[in-house]
Design a protein around this ligand. Structure first.
Ligand code: DHE
Length: 797
């Protein structure tokens, strides 16, 4: 790699040569020379002459009618070009380091501000764009009305150069402001680790010492994959492969020296650079209105579930500009495209986002989040559609099919659920519902299905119709995940299927509705104060909701405040609410086998909260491995520890079993009594049945393609290890298991690609005793959750 000094000498000569040559052919009164570089982890043009010297994406200016020249010098190895489409201006492409191209042109006669950028691949989206200002036009407003202001930070010192590489987005690096990323290895003791790895023979790259090891890890990141990326093995393809092209030799050497000096070197830097607190945030990247609108909608659909609509973080980290700007667009893009071993989906590798869309999303999360709208009862009522009033519905089942063995299957990207006969495996009807249905729950009688879309649309399906179909629908919010019905029938009255409740992510509220017609009548906001610090939270989202069997109550989990609300529905217009302090980010969970204790994952706190529905209090908080994600969990009898409830984990490759028998086995109750190692993390669901000898588990969000479509079973008799793991398809992901009513067959979804005929998805049905495949239900559009009527009504899992 050439030295930076040589590059700048060449640039100086080129400026001189260029200045001599242009005089012969054009009446150019101004010359701008730009090279290509890297600023705060983003690609950028760098001014190298006159008043723009050292300025990233400089504002170029000229008078109306003036003739100017722009020269582009390639500072790296990728192809670059300089264009201003409105003026039909384009230099030749420069493809080699030091190669140059120039263009001379006359400016328009009117004052105007125009964008210039690099039109090759996604370079403009990655940051290579600036503004040409003619006359007294507003420099921050390009012709399309977007803000074209750019960061003009001048960087200096090792901290700035390490930041320039965008390294802090993925690594913990002492002394570097904002470098707290947990995607890649913690680099605090990297020097010591390198020596250990080289001495132990574990290292299989081609470096010979610490310095060449560090250089290799930056310029050829996949040459050797470190064993530990925040608790999980590091994955190939996660680190951008082009840092060697973008960093100068001096920059590279500075980063290597700095990393080799850690952790002691961090203190020196802390003094020299003024310590951790001195990070100046760059301006947010410029986005067109169109890109911003696309990113806003896509974030809502794909990302808000984990990071929050306001981007304050929950299951995933907060994505506010203070956190994201220091990381740089390139590093964020890499994370979004490749995912992380801790459960962030690989949106690019999965084919959901192109590289260009990934970059737009990375820029979006570096800008301030837009304000989302509220929703009133009036708006909800205006969306309410009672298709078949209760009095016009059948009085008894109109079908001879065994409707209690129906499966209601989410067809995620079709905006439908399929009602499938569990005996014959026939699809009886595909019912239009909300977008990307999240869950379906059955009424206490099993007759009705309540299906909630991610878009807050609730559909009521009557299974007694000959062809089950929708009888009512209503929209209750813009973003929802949970629904439940009233199930209590006892001394305080018969509330069977009388009311329904929908829990929303945005706006943060729950809504109570008539259970037979879906007419909404009561909204309760969950905006409140966090249980631990009593700070106001603007977006406490509603996680899982369950109906108590002991009282006319719903157990409503409020994620961001860490509270479990016991909502008494005997007087739903004036509901009594008991707020139980639990733990942060309550997500999903289910009953223990007695249906008295509700176990819910406080996933970001790595805990399971146990709620006693009889006494109405917090029974216990159980520490678990990272990011428990049980679905509803699995109840079974452990040969050593008796009744247990198990969860799998997004963030760790284990299945955790918790003792659930406080009366019979008080020593083991509400403690992790067993962990079973799985081949990988990224699990979302587990399932069992009282008649089964197995516990089934998926690894749907594991970054490894093979593990994504692998399921494992663990034998209850020998629960220390997996009994068998196998791939269930050669495409898509294996997700969510459900038993048939008899407990003899297990259905697993292959979550495919809506736009790939033949690979859209299917359900694979296994014989639970032999684990042999018995059937496939093909050509379903992205099936995910499946809910068997009988098992859902009776909470069998
Ligand atoms: Fe889910 C349950 C939230 C991603 C499929 N999911 C739940 C519940 C919540 C929730 C709060 C519990 C509802 C209840 O019991 O009342 N899910 C979220 C998210 O916030 C998250 C992490 C991100 C998002 O943007 O939604 C998320 N979930 C997913 C998926 O990616 C899945 C696999 C497919 C999809 O629909 O997008 C998915 N979630 C499911 C399923 C259940 C579920 C199938 C019900 C499991 C059960 O057996 O009860």
């Amino acid at each position: 790699m050439k030295s930076k000094f040589v590059l700048f000498l060449s640039i100086g000569l080129l400026i001189l040569l260029y200045a001599c040559s242009v005089g012969q052919e054009a009446i150019s009164t101004q010359e701008y020379v730009l090279t290509t570089g890297f600023e705060e982890g983003n690609l950028a043009f760098l001014g190298v002459s006159g008043k723009i010297n050292g300025v990233y994406n400089p504002i170029l200016s000229g008078e109306p009618g003036e003739t100017i020249t722009v020269t582009l010098i390639n500072g790296g190895y990728a192809d670059h070009v300089f264009v201003i489409p409105e003026l039909n201006i384009e230099t030749d492409v420069v493809g080699k380091k030091g190669e140059t191209a120039s263009v001379t042109f006359t400016l328009p006669d009117e004052p105007i501000a125009l964008d210039y950028y690099d039109s090759i691949q996604n370079h403009a989206a990655l940051g290579m764009r600036g503004t040409l200002v003619i006359g007294d036009a507003n420099p921050h407003t390009a012709e399309d009305g977007t803000d074209s202001s750019t960061s003009q930070t001048t960087l200096s010192g090792p901290a700035a150069i390490v930041q320039k590489g965008g390294c802090g987005a993925c690594h913990i690096i002492p002394g570097i402001p904002g470098a707290v990323g947990t995607v890649g290895p913690d680099l605090t003791n990297i020097g010591e680790l390198i020596v250990e790895r080289m001495q132990s023979g574990e290292y299989d790259g081609s470096a010979e010492d610490m310095t060449t090891y560090l250089v290799e890890s930056i310029v050829k990141p996949d040459a050797y994959l470190a064993p530990d990326c925040s608790g999980a093995p590091c994955q190939a393809g996660l680190m951008p492969p082009n840092l060697g092209d973008i960093l100068s030799e001096t920059d590279l050497n500075t980063i290597v020296d700095y990393l080799a000096s850690l952790p002691e070197g961090a203190e020196t830097l802390g003094t020299a650079a003024g310590g951790e607190g001195e990070l100046t945030l760059p301006d947010p990247p410029v986005m067109s209105e169109e890109d911003f609108a696309w990113a806003k909608q896509t974030f809502f659909e794909r990302c808000a579930g984990c990071h929050g609509t306001l981007r304050n973080g929950a299951t995933g980290p907060a994505l506010t500009p203070e956190n994201t700007l220091p990381k740089g667009t390139l590093a964020l893009s890499s994370i979004i495209f490749n995912g992380t071993p801790r459960g962030m989906p690989d949106w690019g590798l999965q084919g959901f986002f192109t590289q260009e869309e990934t970059d737009i999303m990375a820029k979006f999360i570096q800008n301030e989040p837009p304000d989302p709208p509220e929703m009133s009862l009036e708006q909800m009522v205006s969306s309410w559609n009672l298709l078949v009033p209760p009095e016009d519905r059948p009085e008894e089942p109109q079908t001879t099919r065994n409707w209690e063995n129906y499966f209601v299957v989410t067809l995620r990207d079709a905006g439908q659920v399929a009602v499938i006969d569990g005996d014959t495996h026939e699809v009886i009807n595909n019912v239009d519902t909300g977008y990307a249905v999240h869950i379906s729950r059955m009424s206490a009688t099993g007759r009705y299905v309540y299906t909630i879309g991610r878009d807050g649309k609730l559909a009521l399906i009557d299974l007694w119709m000959e062809i089950p179909d929708k009888v009512a629908e209503v929209q209750l919010c813009y973003d929802a995940r949970s629904v439940e019905v009233s199930k209590y029938n006892g001394e305080e009255g018969d509330f069977t299927d009388k009311y329904a409740i929908v829990g929303c992510y945005w706006p943060p509220h729950f809504v109570i509705l008539n259970g037979q017609t879906l007419e909404p009548f009561k909204i309760v906001s969950t905006r409140s104060y966090t249980y631990n610090t009593e700070e106001f939270h603007p977006e406490p989202r509603v996680g899982a909701i369950l109906a108590s069997h002991f009282k006319p109550e719903w157990i409503v989990n409020v994620k961001e405040t860490g509270q479990v609300w016991l909502v008494n529905y005997s007087d739903p217009i004036n509901p009594q609410i008991k707020m139980i302090e639990a733990e942060l980010f309550l997500h999903d969970g289910g009953w223990d086998s007695t249906q008295r204790y509700f176990l819910v994952a406080a996933n970001q706190s790595n805990k399971i909260a146990v709620i006693d529905a009889l006494e109405g209090e917090l029974e216990a908080l159980v520490d678990t491995p990272a990011l428990p994600h049980p679905g509803r969990g699995a109840n079974w009898i452990d040969p050593e520890y008796g009744p247990v409830w198990s969860t799998s984990h997004l963030g760790d490759s284990v299945l955790t079993s918790i003792g659930t028998d406080p009366e019979g086995r008080s020593e083991e109750a509400w403690k992790v009594v067993r962990t079973t190692t799985l081949p990988g993390a990224g699990s979302l669901f587990i399932k069992t049945h009282p008649n089964s000898q197995w516990i089934w588990v998926d690894m749907v969000l594991n970054p490894d393609e093979v593990l994504q479509r692998t399921i494992c079973v663990i034998a209850k008799e020998k629960p220390d290890e997996t009994h068998k793991c196998w791939e269930i398809s050669d495409y898509g992901r294996a997700v969510h298991m459900e038993y048939n009513m008899q407990g003899t067959q297990v259905w697993v979804s292959v979550w495919g690609f809506a736009d790939k005929p033949g690979q859209t998805g299917e359900i694979v049905i296994y014989d639970d005793e032999t684990l042999e495949e018995v059937a496939r239900i093909p050509d379903l559009i992205t099936p995910t959750g499946k809910f068997n009527v009988y098992n859902t009504v009776h909470d069998i899992y």
